[in-house]
Design a binder for this molecule. Structure first.
Ligand code: GLA
Length: 729
């Protein structure tokens, strides 16, 4: 059992292979957080808690005249509200009597075998044969009767602890939940630490950013109705000197696709509070007496081996503990997507032509993107009308799919289920199904409106209409898009005093629709998309084995995008395509960049020269050869593309350290500069390896490759690329 309750010391310890997390039922039954860090099997860390009389840090009434006990100066497992802890809180509730107060103290706890599940939200699971344990800790406010249930899942082998929080309204009246964090960690000393996160924007998602944590509340959040392009629900707090290869890193990723909030507060005493949960902005959940509110799950990890190790922990966890789709461990078909080839200007003949041309490039699947349904010749109409436009697909969908299948290729299709155009049959029939505040006109974005996913009728319509298409033709793949942020939050199906629930109910509705479409089609490969990588989050990874990384297909920009994304997400979750963007970059380099993720093409295959087609075929074959290594291996970021450097390099190494693939893209070679050497990672120092690449054939030890490095040729054009195959002898 990885969870141990020490009755005498009143500590609860959660142990994974390399870490220990400890809390204590402390003074007056408040639960203190004691420790998260390298493994310590039998330690009692209670001695860490020091008490002083601190000015303006008040004392709970029942500590009597004892002035040295203040919740403001103690590490809490989950904060109280209005009890003298002035840091940003884990919880905000308005009680039935109108008071803003939560005095949560230990009530009980339960340790059970197996991983808990959540009732309304996606959650991680133990893989087949894997041991996981659950702790449920109940904090109670004895006056109001409101309880918080803190739930912990311990994945011992994976070094991951999951957390979630539920609020149970055991009071006599109704309460309002205004804030609920899924996990809070209070570090007793957080001076000299950095915050790392993945901000971005449309076309430039998940750009890695690291900054010093100063005395303030650092807030990373989204209020856009989705996890967003602008921020990602992931943060890490690390030692100032932590690097890819060394140092303490504490990380949290939230399994939630809606408005999220991450806070990192360095307080007056240099205590650091790190927490994550649903964004409290525009959030107000009416919880009736007897009801429970469940918050989303946080995936938490700690390592003292730096960021690469953190990424490896998350990659292994995402590959095995979030998504049961068989595609998670299978070769993905090389696809060609019609968007940048034809936009909405296509018909069945054009699609078959593209497929025939692409076949020669080693492509295995044609994806018919936006424009095939309703009245959809541009992006001003048609969304919501999920039936085939037979003016474009003249032969009918079934026949088109058959023609593609006859080429021995699979067929994929695009949908944007959560949206509606005002110029659509759906909107004309149900104008009340959109998010729009009565008496006001909704904000338009890409000239479309957001459907109110909290409504059951909307959910049922989408499940039925999308499934009808998926079930009536031989569809192998679906790209699920969403192309705007959600504003004008209002549900016509809810009373005025419940509108603060809509953002959350909208996401619950989305998950219900995804369950009804994705989980009922285990043989269809689903790829997520939100105008590129706008809703790329851990909860979406429970549904999609892959996600369109960005609408930006410029290969040099993608080096940064892939780099940032790889901190949390396995690289094979990144849909990455070769396109016509950046014509000055050689085709071979575009392919090397796209091989960092799930490879495909996004161009008009009918216009390519024989030479390019032949080169594509070679790269497609190479990708198929390397995919198992990229899929299951360990990924190493060898350089930082945000730093000024001459090249960007990355590496995949098989778990047994026998095979590796190193990719290098020359971004800007300085004139007459020094010779550079690329030090590889993750190999076995004592093993001899054969290194092959274009004009390169070497036999070197793992030690030489890792400690001395590979010389990177200088006499090459800018934007050229190299791949080195490394094989143990
Ligand atoms: C979004 C997607 C693109 C494409 C278009 C279609 O922008 O990211 O790949 O599917 O929508 O409208």
């Amino acid at each position: 059992m990885a969870i141990i309750f020490n009755e005498e010391k009143k500590t609860i310890s959660l142990h994974t292979k390399n870490t220990t997390y400890q809390m204590k039922i402390g003074n007056l039954d408040y639960v203190n957080h004691l420790y998260y860090g390298p493994k310590m099997m039998d330690a009692d860390l209670s001695y860490m808690i020091m008490q002083y009389d601190r000015g303006f840090s008040g004392n709970p009434y029942d500590s009597l005249k004892e002035r040295t006990f203040s919740l403001d100066a103690q590490p809490q497992e989950y904060s109280t509200l209005q009890q003298g802890d002035f840091r940003t809180s884990s919880i905000e509730v308005i009680n039935a009597d109108g008071s803003y107060s939560f005095n949560g103290r230990y009530k009980s706890h339960k340790i059970t075998e197996g991983k808990y599940d959540l009732e309304t939200l996606p959650a991680a699971f133990a893989a087949e044969g894997e041991q996981a344990d659950t702790l449920e800790l109940v904090l109670e406010d004895a006056i109001s009767g409101v309880e918080v249930h803190l739930i912990y899942g311990v994945f011992e082998e994976k070094d991951v602890i999951t957390r979630a929080a539920k609020i149970v309204n055991n009071s006599e009246g109704d309460i309002h939940v205004k804030k609920i964090m899924s996990a809070t960690i209070d570090f007793m000393n957080g001076a000299n630490m950095d915050l790392f996160h993945l901000p971005g924007r449309y076309g430039q998602e998940r750009q890695a950013e690291r900054s010093a944590i100063t005395h303030q509340i650092n807030t990373i959040c989204s209020g856009r109705g989705s996890s967003s392009h602008q921020q990602n629900p992931f943060i890490a707090v690390c030692d100032k000197d932590a690097t890819e290869d060394a140092g303490n890193v504490y990380a949290m990723a939230l399994m939630y696709s809606g408005n999220f909030l991450a806070e990192v507060e360095l307080d007056q005493y240099d205590q650091l509070r790190m927490q994550m949960g649903i964004n409290s902005k525009n959030f107000d959940y009416l919880l009736k007496s007897g009801e429970t509110f469940e918050g989303p799950e946080v995936l938490m990890t700690f390592t003292n081996e730096g960021f690469t190790k953190m990424s490896h922990i998350y990659h292994d966890f995402f590959r095995n503990n979030l998504n049961k789709s068989r595609f998670m461990h299978e070769a993905r078909p090389i696809l060609i997507n019609t968007w940048e080839a034809a936009f909405m200007d296509f018909d069945d003949k054009k699609l078959v032509e593209i497929a025939k041309a692409a076949k020669k490039m080693g492509v295995e699947m044609l994806v018919m993107d936006d424009g095939w349904f309703g009245k959809r010749d541009d992006d001003n109409s048609g969304l919501g009308d999920w039936f085939v436009n037979e003016n474009k697909i003249k032969c009918g969908l079934n026949e088109l799919v058959k023609q593609i299948n006859d080429l021995d290729m699979k067929f994929g299709i695009w949908f944007e289920p959560e949206m509606v155009s005002e110029d659509s049959d759906l909107y004309r029939a149900h104008p009340d199904w959109v998010m729009e505040i009565p008496g006001r006109k909704a904000v338009r974005s890409r000239n479309q409106l957001a459907l109110d996913m909290s409504r059951k009728e909307v959910q049922d319509y989408l499940i039925e209409s999308v499934n009808k298409i998926l079930d009536n033709a031989n569809i192998a793949y679906m790209k699920w898009d969403i192309n705007r942020s959600v504003t004008d939050i209002w549900s016509n199906a809810l009373a005025a005093d419940r509108q603060g629930e809509v953002y959350h109910r909208h996401i619950l509705g989305l998950y219900r629709v995804m369950d009804g479409i994705i989980k009922t089609h285990p043989d269809i490969l689903f790829e997520g998309c939100s105008g590129g990588g706008g809703r790329y989050d851990a909860a979406m990874m429970c549904y999609y084995p892959q996600y369109w990384v960005s609408d930006n297909t410029k290969p040099i920009d993608n080096l940064k995008l892939h780099y940032g994304t790889s901190f949390l997400y396995p690289v094979t979750s990144m849909g990455a395509h070769v396109s016509d963007a950046s014509p000055f970059v050689p085709f071979e380099t575009k392919a090397v960049v796209a091989m960092c993720g799930t490879f495909g093409y996004e161009l008009d295959a009918t216009h390519l020269s024989d030479e390019v087609v032949e080169a594509c075929a070679k790269k497609s074959a190479l990708y198929k050869k390397y995919f198992p290594l990229i899929l299951e291996g360990d990924y190493y970021r060898l350089t930082n593309p945000f730093a000024l450097s001459n090249f960007t390099a990355w590496e995949s190494v098989s778990k047994d350290k026998k095979d590796a693939l190193v990719s290098v893209v020359i971004t800007n070679l300085t004139v007459n500069g020094p010779q550079e050497y690329l030090r590889l990672k993750g190999l076995d120092a004592a093993t001899m390896y054969e290194v092959t690449g274009e004009n390169v054939s070497l036999t070197l030890s793992g030690a030489a490759l890792m400690y001395a490095g590979l010389p990177i040729p200088r006499e090459v054009p800018d934007f050229s690329s190299m791949q080195f195959e490394i094989k143990a002898m």
